[in-house]
Design a protein. Structure first.
Ligand SMILES: Cc1cc2nc3c(=O)[nH]c(=O)nc-3n(C[C@H](O)[C@H](O)[C@H](O)COP(=O)(O)O)c2cc1C
Length: 195
């Protein structure tokens, strides 16, 4: 036992003689040391296209190559991926301008066409693949999904991928510390400011 007392020790002073384990620390600052990239995730619904910023894209297996992304259920992109079962993820370069990230990360496709004026191609899956500021891209077909409350984790098998330029990718840490970028509440990694 962590505190060296056997269960049922009446001398402990705890009601019913139960041992109360001291709660472990819950310092959510520890989550800040998890590292991520910065991606524009695109999808479609019928002939409509949409895209959003996500930092939670990561590879799960190599054979077959699969990736996962955690998408907020309120996002238009969630509706589109759920419907079409396809998505793309374009990895952003370090010098991506903040307004470009703001366009995809702080606005919803429900309020306007976010892809207007942006260079993208229609990929093999039919999903839009954003080319502007992209170091590389992948396209995936959803093979599974996990309901995690506020978000759904979509698991996709990669069906197409390409490297577009030799530049440094933007990490989530670089976005926060160097670009001084912020993160909206819809993102899985959102942390409330301390009072
Ligand atoms: C740095 C950053 C990281 C983000 N990461 C995620 C993410 O991993 N998953 C998610 O659902 N939303 C994430 N978001 C929030 C969405 O991009 C945002 O809610 C977007 O407006 C949704 O657009 P939509 O409604 O057109 O799909 C992130 C935003 C930023 C700025």
């Amino acid at each position: 036992m962590a505190n060296g007392k056997a269960g049922g020790d009446q001398s402990s002073g705890n009601a019913g003689g139960q041992q109360v384990s001291p709660a472990g620390p819950l310092n959510l600052d520890a989550l800040r040391s998890l590292t991520y990239g910065m991606y524009v995730v695109g999808s479609k619904k019928g002939d409509r296209f949409n895209a959003q910023i996500a930092n939670t894209v990561f590879q799960i297996t190599s054979q077959p190559p699969t990736v996962a992304v955690s998408i907020n259920k309120n996002n238009l992109t969630h509706e589109f991926i759920s419907e079409s079962k396809v998505f793309s993820a374009s990895s952003l370069c370090e010098d991506t301008p903040l307004p470009f990230i703001g366009r995809f990360g702080f606005k919803s496709g429900r309020d306007g066409d976010k892809l207007g004026g942006v260079n993208y191609q229609v990929g093999q899956t039919g999903a839009p693949v954003v080319i502007d500021n992209a170091v590389s891209y992948i396209e995936a077909r959803v093979i599974d999904r996990v309901d995690v409350g506020t978000h759904t984790v979509f698991i996709g098998e990669i069906v197409a991928a390409e490297v577009l330029m030799q530049k440094a990718c933007m990490t989530y840490g670089y976005y926060q510390q160097i670009k001084r970028g912020t993160t909206p509440q819809a993102a899985p990694t959102y942390q409330q400011k301390k009072a």
